[in-house]
Design a protein around this ligand. Structure first.
Ligand code: RB5
Length: 150
């Protein structure tokens, strides 16, 4: 297994209140593995609006500031919908390990969206590890990605 993104750049992470607890656990877990992590909030369990945190993560991944992004909300639908408004973002809603692997292989996803209210923290960690260690296959999948934009 090897880190497939640009290791000179930090990993961006953001969430709403539903993902705050997991974010608080994932940041030290990633740092313990030697990764630099940029925490773009939220910074408390108080109720917030997920686009306010998904847009900064997506913008930073889009402009090349971050290696890749991790977004969380209750279902991960809100953060994924928001992030995917950014033209260079392919944000993937992941709920099992195989989905995290295949969205890298086939979609070259650059943000993993985790439904914090519906997966365990251990599964979230497994999916992130798989996501950042799985490479894009290119070929016919590159052709398909090229057809995503409107
Ligand atoms: C917050 O209650 C919830 O709506 C949000 O975390 C997310 O699931 C939206 O898609």
């Amino acid at each position: 297994m090897s880190f497939v993104f640009d290791s000179s750049k930090p990993i961006a992470i953001g969430c709403d209140h539903a993902g705050f607890e997991y974010k608080s656990a994932l940041i030290p877990w990633l740092q313990g593995k030697g990764f630099e992590v940029k925490d773009l909030g939220t910074h408390s369990p108080d109720s917030v609006d997920y686009p306010d945190f998904a847009h900064p993560v997506a913008s930073g991944v889009e402009n090349g500031e971050f290696a890749f992004g991790i977004l969380m909300c209750g279902t991960a639908n809100g953060v994924a919908m928001t992030a995917n408004k950014h033209p260079k973002i392919r944000a993937a809603l992941c709920w099992q390990n195989d989905v995290a692997a295949v969205t890298r292989q086939h979609n070259n996803a650059n943000i993993i969206c985790i439904p914090a209210r519906f997966v365990s923290l251990v599964l979230a960690q497994q999916m992130i590890e798989i996501f950042m260690n799985t490479d894009f296959e290119g070929g016919r999948h590159a052709t398909r990605i090229g057809k995503i934009d409107c």
